[in-house]
Design a protein. Structure first.
Length: 151
């Protein structure tokens, strides 16, 4: 809920920027040029901490999947229609707060680094730092745990 409020507050500034510059920031060259700056300076620690926490949560979820006999996470999401909803629900429950925190942190660091806020960029960058490492680590853990259980 806080994320929605923060985005709602920052949206008018993004609209003003779009009107003034004639471009949507997340689809602009400026976004691509500023992307490396996100990995340095004040905000770089989150590019390490957020994926590490996502990986830990993914390992925990993967072990739970293996014990429950679920397929590896990504495989189950793509091909297991009977368990897709359950897997998606458990994944969202595990990472929703972290995704929200990632979006808010990205907005704060945009303000600190660029003195402007672009909510669309935060909606792209924040979740990528969490969802991808989570899904891959959960899938790999399930696969490894299944292999160890078979032995």
């Amino acid at each position: 809920m806080v994320v929605i409020l923060v985005i709602a507050i920052s949206l008018p500034f993004a609209i003003m920027d779009t009107i003034e510059t004639g471009r949507v920031y997340v689809f602009s060259r400026q976004f691509l040029e500023e992307l490396p700056q996100r990995f340095t300076g004040a905000g770089r620690l989150r590019f390490i901490l957020q994926p590490i926490v996502a990986i830990i949560l993914g390992i925990r979820g993967g072990l739970t999947d293996a014990k429950a006999g679920n397929p590896p996470y990504l495989f189950g999401l793509l091909f297991s229609t009977d368990r897709r909803r359950e897997l998606l629900r458990s994944g969202v429950a595990a990472i929703r707060n972290m995704v929200a925190l990632g979006i808010i942190m990205d907005l704060v660091f945009q303000l600190i680094l660029y003195h402007s806020v672009h909510p669309a960029a935060a909606l792209v960058v924040g979740p990528i730092l969490i969802c991808f490492p989570y899904a891959v680590s959960r899938a790999l853990t399930t696969r490894l745990a299944h292999g160890m259980m078979e032995r």
